[in-house]
Design a protein around this ligand. Structure first.
Ligand code: ADP
Ligand code: GN1
Ligand code: MG
Length: 366
């Protein structure tokens, strides 16, 4: 994709405020921020325009990220790892800030590009997903003693499925984009699951499961794989690192990575929850966290996969009804396609719940 000359000029101006001098091209497949690769080999950087409609306090957001990555650097060094490759490194602006605010009011940040790594939009083999599980499990372990009080909630109630349900109801009520008649079966499916939406929220509130520092957006494309070893070495996209539940990270990983197809696959006959992938991820995740995970969390693992998938589905549906204002879309019905794959996965997981529970038991037998 080639940026227009005008955008190129703007980006060149933006980059002149950081301590680097390079060319820039659009990069990656995230749904939220605008990402660019700034390449002046051998030095490469990631430049990102932060979506400040979603992240409304970019300064505090960057304070979170700097606090978390500084902490991780020390842990990684102690463990004998390479912090430049195993966590994100923020590049400051020339005047020593974590962000550059452009004249148009946009916020830009820069990271070291972790070179000789790969990102996958879909799992290509079991081994990859096993390594992703280890990476997300390890990430949580490395942050287990991090003072959660230092973190702001960058998006309040991010994984509160009850709030998400209310947002869907408001979207249905308002019908802003006039699309309600197209999505009646999806609305019916969403509303029929109301009795389950509070399970994790309630367990947290009653302290049946602990609040931890979690990533909250554990998609496969938010982890970088080393090109040589094939191992998942660096967890990225740290915008949503906040106090949360381990179940969010596990559930969201399964939602995306254990699906047999792409998030926006239109042929729903191709979409199901792959139990081999489910098992592989569960194994890797529990290997990393077996010392700290609680029995109640273990009990809720299979359900969390279903609930996180459902939650994402209702978010896509609400965004479709609102006129695609949150998630980036590349064609008009993409959010609806995404919603449908998520609901197909939920229905499939419902059928496979007994097997999913058996698999979890196999890797946690205390
Ligand atoms: P979004 O919030 O929009 O998902 P991400 O932070 O996940 O944005 O970045 C989008 C993509 O850019 C990632 O999936 C990955 O391919 C790439 N990327 C981001 N940061 C780095 C980095 N430091 N090194 C290498 N690639 C990166
Ligand atoms: C967004 O930024 P990205 O593409 O990694 C979203 C996640 C959703 C995901 C669905 C901040 O993730 O919550 O699960 O899309 N991130 C935010 O693919 O809303
Ligand atoms: Mg991302």
């Amino acid at each position: 994709m080639k940026e227009s000359n005008q955008t190129e000029t703007v980006l060149r101006e933006i980059i002149s405020h950081f301590q680097v001098d390079t060319d820039i091209v659009p990069y990656g497949e995230g749904h939220i921020n605008d990402t660019y690769l700034a390449d002046s080999t051998p030095y490469k950087y990631i430049l990102q325009k932060i979506n400040h409609h979603i992240f409304q306090d970019p300064d505090r957001l960057m304070e979170n990220i700097v606090a978390v990555t500084d902490y991780l650097r020390k842990v990684i060094e102690k463990e004998g790892g390479d912090p430049d490759r195993e966590t994100l490194t923020v590049i400051k602006t020339k005047d020593g800030k974590n962000l550059y605010r452009s004249e148009t009011g946009d916020y830009y940040r820069m990271y070291i590009f972790v070179d000789r790594t790969k990102v996958y939009q879909m799992v290509e083999n079991q081994d990859q997903f096993y390594h992703a599980a280890k990476a997300f499990g390890k990430f949580q372990k490395q942050l287990s003693d991090f003072d959660a009080g230092k973190l702001v909630e960058t998006i309040p109630q991010f994984h509160n499925t009850c709030s998400r349900f209310e947002q869907l109801k408001a979207a249905i009520q308002e019908n802003k984009a006039g699309r309600i008649d197209e999505v009646l079966p999806e609305i019916e499916f969403a509303l029929a699951h109301e009795n389950e939406i509070s399970v994790i929220v309630d367990a947290l509130e009653k302290q049946e499961i602990p609040l931890r520092v979690t990533h909250n957006d554990t998609k496969l494309n938010n982890v970088l794989f080393d090109e040589d070893s094939g191992e998942a070495i660096c967890v990225i996209d740290l915008d949503t690192v906040m106090p949360g539940s381990l179940l969010y990270d596990y559930g969201d990983s399964i939602r995306f990575g254990a699906s047999s197809g792409a998030e926006d696959e239109q042929d729903l006959s191709k979409i199901y929850c792959d139990l081999n992938l489910f098992e592989t991820f569960t194994k890797g995740f529990l290997e990393e966290l077996s010392d700290s995970i609680t029995p109640k969390e273990v009990e809720l693992l299979p359900f969390s996969a279903k609930l996180m998938t459902y939650e994402c589905g209702i978010r896509f549906l609400a965004d479709y009804l609102n006129g695609d204002t949150y998630f980036k879309v590349h064609y008009p019905g993409q959010n609806l396609d995404r919603c449908r794959t998520q609901f197909k996965l939920v229905a499939d997981m419902e059928e496979k719940m007994t097997q999913m529970k058996q698999i979890v038991k196999k890797y946690y037998n205390r």
